[in-house]
Design a protein. Structure first.
Length: 184
């Protein structure tokens, strides 16, 4: 590994540390969003709200649509990339995980990354965990504390551990989330 690669990696780690330890705790939505867009290079759509305490595991492999709310103390592990649609609500303490290990690789315990996609109008309730490779369909709801190990079909409400379909949600959804306060 060249000295340039080491310096770039160290700078990226320092930015993540700075965000997770300082910027994520600044009580100004506008300042946090500015830092995420311009320094961390995260695509964030118009009207989206990133609340205090967001924890990131990487930078640049996360895309957040318009009018989406990422509530307090969420975790976005974008190592395998995360795409979040428009008018999505991630409630407090949601974890979106894109990296894991191969439990059958007895020699190296090698890492595995898989993208997560959360489509428009999805609602992920408090403390739900979305695991690598999962797609949450348009208008789907994931119940509080659910562990999502498989795709959730559009307009389906799922809950439990592992998450299972409970019922269908009325569709089509047509609301626009607008939850931005100057200090939150």
């Amino acid at each position: 590994m060249s000295i340039i690669s080491v310096m770039r990696s160290s700078a990226a780690d320092a930015l993540l540390y700075f965000h997770n330890s300082i910027v994520a705790r600044i009580p100004s939505h506008a300042m946090r969003r500015f830092f995420l867009r311009n320094i961390m290079k995260i695509n964030i759509g118009e009207g989206s709200s990133i609340h205090m305490g967001l924890r990131l595991y990487t930078r640049g492999q996360i895309s957040i649509g318009s009018h989406t709310v990422i509530d307090r103390d969420c975790v976005l592990d974008g190592r395998g990339s995360i795409t979040i649609g428009n008018n999505v609500n991630l409630a407090p303490e949601v974890m979106v995980v894109t990296a894991s290990h191969d439990p059958d690789d007895v020699d190296n315990f090698s890492g595995i990354t898989e993208a997560v996609v959360i489509e428009d109008y999805a609602w992920i309730a408090t403390r739900a965990i979305i695991l690598p490779g999962v797609k949450i369909g348009r208008g789907a709801v994931v119940g509080a504390g659910a562990v999502v190990t498989k795709d959730v079909d559009p307009d389906t409400i799922s809950a439990g551990n592992p998450a299972r379909p409970i019922r269908k949600r009325k569709s089509p959804q047509n609301y626009q989330l607008n939850y931005t306060r100057p200090f939150h």
